[in-house]
Design a protein around this ligand. Sequence first.
Ligand code: SAM
Length: 229
Amino acid sequence: MVKLSVQTAFAENTFLKPSLLEYYETLPAYQSPHVSLVEGIKQRAREEMVPIISDDVFCFLSQLVLTKSPKRILEVGVGGCYSTLAMLENFNGDDFISLEVSDQAIMKAMELRDEYDVLKQAQFVFCNALDYLAEAPKESFDLIFVDIQKKHYETILKYSEEWLSPRGLIVFDNLFFSGHVCGTAETDKGQERKSEIIRRFNENFLSCEFLTTAIYPIGDGLGFGVKRP
Ligand SMILES: C[S@@+](CC[C@H](N)C(=O)[O-])C[C@H]1O[C@@H](n2cnc3c(N)ncnc32)[C@H](O)[C@@H]1O
């Protein structure tokens, strides 16, 4: 049985104190009904270094969909399909659109969709998310989950004003950038440049006028915005 615990896919990303993490690990954890798919996704993530969301973000997204019952979901960045699975396992809506710029990632996602019924509702779109959001007819999404290059977060935040339905949710992953944003992890020049971009984004996100926002210490820092009605 696969259990999804608070431990992150890449353990160093956790912000819990080791003693608390140790205790947490002893507690019963969320169990996905899609055991073999979870195992396959995680194994590939380990072997091919495919970045995926952490287990606590998985549980959060899965429960978010269960509570909010979104009719339309937009996923920005398919990657290893782990967040796709998290949002689809309780999805009972109409449209689930998932954007991905890598042909390898999209082909693997399509293979998984052929194999696993739970992924059947995903419409995988091979595109640059920024082009899609700029050019496709405006749609209204109840939930947008964003997990791509951080330099694009600012643009996606701007687009979300038009693309989100009233009280729609937008969730951004990795806003703590594994601790680099505040120097708790060893940071090289490239990471420092990215940290600067994320710090600026975090400030803009938290003072965004069309959303109520918060950043939660879930996974690698999860930004959560609700569109003001
Ligand atoms: C961190 S991974 C996503 C992981 C995914 N959330 C999961 O849990 O499996 C980021 C993905 O976003 C894709 N990506 C990066 N920039 C993009 C863009 N501009 N448009 C669409 N996809 C993009 C990358 O190719 C990569 O597969």
